[in-house]
Design a binder for this molecule. Structure first.
Ligand code: GAL
Length: 440
């Protein structure tokens, strides 16, 4: 009895201590298991959703249409300055023609007032607050002239043009949101200087819209970046000043805002022989001391950065002034590099078109919300005889499939996919893309 009771006592003791020690342990293990299960199903769900939207994209009939190769003999119309006076007088065809929502790369594109859009070397900001796209670019509606016989063609600074749209196709002119300085010759934005490639990003922390741009003198020797700021996307922007970032020359440039809110400045430097990239300060108004030299010795400019499934991609042009040249795509695991060149992204039957980026130069790549892997490639078809008549070449850009060129860093498993820009004389966004609530 005693033994039993002792035994009972000891088992009771054991049970008590078991329940004291083990119950929480079992409970915690159960909670842990549940959490793991939850996490697993979440990842599965995420992955499936990702794959589904990818599938949705590649199996969408219109998407496949966007990937079709147009093997026609592409004819470039002579620039307006060289056309017959009768042809020049003819009223320009509206970009849309009779077919609603079609893009016609290289044709004159009118705003909602019926005037040709002036947003060259530009970029697009999606403003979540107003659910509106804002397109900013060089307003070049002035006479083209040369300061020196040998110098590049130029138009005096007029300012940064801004257009708004809900559908990326009809654009309302919001005016000149940063204007040239007419009288003060010492001002960066005096009309005799250069203001190119303006790009705007929104800073969630400060609630400000921040514009970065290339500012230069007429001979491109100042080689600096300027910053301007506004409370609203449609301006007016206040000009804050210019600098040589990291003490280096800066010509063609862009800014890129990552998903974590960090923003980066990317610029051509060292006589355009390399690109530099560095993070901006939290308020996006300055650069930080960190800077990496990338694509060293490759002589690239007109950078346009974008991100797909954790990988960074960039399209650049060669350095031939207003004349077109071959585009290249580059990829990196980390935005600060190393960046690897993965080849010419242009897909078109006509080789001349392929080697000249469809007679255009990159300026921006816009992700298309709701369609993973589908982007709009934005480029400028410059007309150095009459710069105001430069045209926009917008084309579908797809990230999918393996790269088709031997890679430089063979010791690493290449994580990136092929970047393809498909030529179309006429194309439109997949139907219903605006109906997707994902980004609204
Ligand atoms: C290009 C540059 C343009 C403009 C032009 C002037 O190389 O991409 O933005 O600066 O030179 O010739």
């Amino acid at each position: 009895m005693r033994t039993r009771s002792k035994y009972r006592k000891s088992t009771n003791l054991c049970c008590n201590s078991w329940s004291r020690c083990c119950t929480p342990a079992v409970l915690w293990s159960l909670i842990g298991c549940l959490l793991l299960l939850h996490l697993y199903s979440y990842i599965l769900h995420e992955d499936r959703d990702g794959r589904l939207s990818q599938l949705h994209v590649t199996h969408h009939p219109q998407f496949r249409e966007l990937q079709q190769l147009e093997d026609e003999d592409v004819q470039i119309p002579p620039p307006r300055g060289k056309r017959s006076p009768r042809a020049a007088k003819r009223r320009p065809k509206r970009a849309a023609g009779n077919d609603s929502n079609y893009y016609y790369p290289g044709r004159i594109w009118l705003d909602t007032d019926g005037n040709p859009i002036q947003a060259h070397g530009g970029g697009i900001l999606y403003d979540k607050g107003s659910r509106t796209y804002y397109w900013y670019g060089e307003y070049k509606d002035g006479p083209t002239y040369h300061v020196h016989k040998e110098g590049p063609a130029r138009v005096d600074i007029i300012g940064v043009g801004c257009y708004s749209s809900k559908d990326l196709w009809t654009w309302k002119h919001e005016g000149i949101v940063l204007a040239a300085e007419e009288t003060d010759e010492t001002h960066d934005l005096h009309k005799s200087n250069v203001l190119e490639r303006p790009k705007v990003i929104y800073n969630e922390k400060t609630g400000k819209y921040v514009m970065w741009m290339h500012v230069d003198d007429g001979n491109y020797t100042k080689a600096a970046v300027g910053v301007a700021i506004s409370d609203t996307p449609d301006g007016p922007f206040d000009y804050l000043g210019s600098q040589r970032p990291h003490g280096c020359e800066s010509r063609d440039m862009t800014v890129f805002k990552d998903e974590d809110g960090m923003a980066y400045l990317i610029y051509s430097s060292e006589d355009n022989s390399e690109l530099h990239i560095g993070p901006l300060t939290e308020d996006y108004l300055n650069v930080t001391p960190t800077m990496r030299r990338i694509l060293v010795g490759q002589h690239r400019e007109a950078p346009a950065l974008f991100k797909h499934r954790g990988t960074y991609y960039m399209i650049t042009s060669g350095c031939t002034g207003w004349a077109p040249n071959e585009a290249l795509a580059h990829a990196a695991d980390s935005v600060l590099g190393p960046w690897e060149t993965i080849g010419n992204p242009c897909i078109v039957g006509n080789n001349m078109f392929r080697l000249t980026t469809f007679f255009a130069q990159s300026t921006f790549v816009l992700p298309l919300p709701g369609f993973q892997g589908l982007f709009i490639f934005m480029a400028d078809r410059w007309n150095p005889a009459d710069l105001r008549d430069s045209r926009y070449v917008w084309l579908p850009l797809v990230v999918a499939g393996p790269v088709d060129q031997p890679l430089e860093y063979t010791f690493e498993f290449p994580l990136w996919s092929r970047v393809s820009i498909y030529w179309h004389r006429k194309w439109r966004l997949p139907q219903g893309w605006t109906g997707l609530k994902l980004f609204m």
